[in-house]
Design a protein around this ligand. Sequence first.
Ligand SMILES: [Zn+2]
Length: 437
Amino acid sequence: MYNLECRLLESFDVGLNEAGISGQRLAGRLSAISEIGLTEQHGSCRIGFSQEEKQAKEVVASWMKAVGLKVTTDAAGNVFGRLEGIDPTLPAVLCGSHIDTVPNGGHFDGVLGILLALEVAEAWKETGYVPRRSFEVVIFSDEEGTRFNSGLTGSSALAGTIKVSDLHALIDHDNRTFKEVVEQVGLSAERFTEAKRDLTQVAAFIEVHIEQGDTLEHEDLPIGIVSGIAGLGGLEMTLKGHAGHAGSTRMNNRRDALVAASKIVLAIEELPRRISQTAVATVGQLNVYPNGANVIPGEVKLSVDIRDIDKISLDRLIAQIVETAGNIAAECNIEFSCREVYSTPPIQVSETLRDLQMDIVSKLGMRPMLIPSGAGHDAMILGQFLPMAMFFVRSSMGISHNPREWTSLDDCVIAAKALNRFLQKLCTSSLLEKKEG
Ligand SMILES: [Zn+2]
């Protein structure tokens, strides 16, 4: 037992509870989910399409049912808890996030967004509020993409941006195919794309997520409003030289793929700041073959993750990285190839929704602060097709994807209050109607 609940309640201001929103219930639920896939370092390990992710979905689904939501699961394993509106013919408002984590991740990334959406449904039941539009709490599958080096899998399936051929090409670190992996959690690779939903029946997607940065803490604000989500490009570079004996191959006779890769890593670290202030690029994986202590590396595969909130500078940075890497490889007499592993354009947030968010945050007595999101979220997939909005909740020291990830219960409850007001407006006012008809 780790007892996240006790830690959350230690400093909780009970006076923040209101109109059916309960910090105590939220703490109990965050804690219950934290026990599923709890690591020795008190982190969280619920990899996409694992038994742990499945179990966490089942627990949340049981809470959805208890509050009267109609629970369904689609072909991608996404879970929906639907509250029928007064006018069920109107497109629904969806709100949620993911429940998978990176290996040894934290207890707030993703799961908080789901539990806050559910907390709003709890508040509506307790206060007798029935929305005009239907409302759905959503759990998306495999957002982090740890297993297949991909990500945003469930939301992409719902949006219909996944191709069956891409899924069949996926192999995890244990050499298991996508088909084998999803079958173990009761899904079918062949039927996976049936998760595509008729998006004319969805009015908007709203996501609350921890900031995973330190801007809000720096500004002394519990919540912020996301101004846009950075687009990202993922590359896999392959460098081929010659493996050889580390003792008998003279230095100027070598074609060492790792030496070229090292120069490329250093060059990639330099490039983003020359393109834009918001651009970032990371080499996160390096696989060396044959990976022997006394063998000159014959081949290296490396991954590059590139992000920016501006499409033009993102595209320019990707092009420069590929060109620079190719030039370095040529200078080192190393064969070079590069393929795009993933690509998502930057997403702007709906202005109408953003103005409403700012108004709500002001009325709650806080300064509305706009923050661009550098991390990818399920909202960036749905935002390509639907009005989308996000709230960020303060992260302690900006730490995320780490057992030390922390957000105070006070901040979680303040986020629940803002979300409750926001969703009530969206589900009842005519704000989303311009997009329909
Ligand atoms: Zn997340």
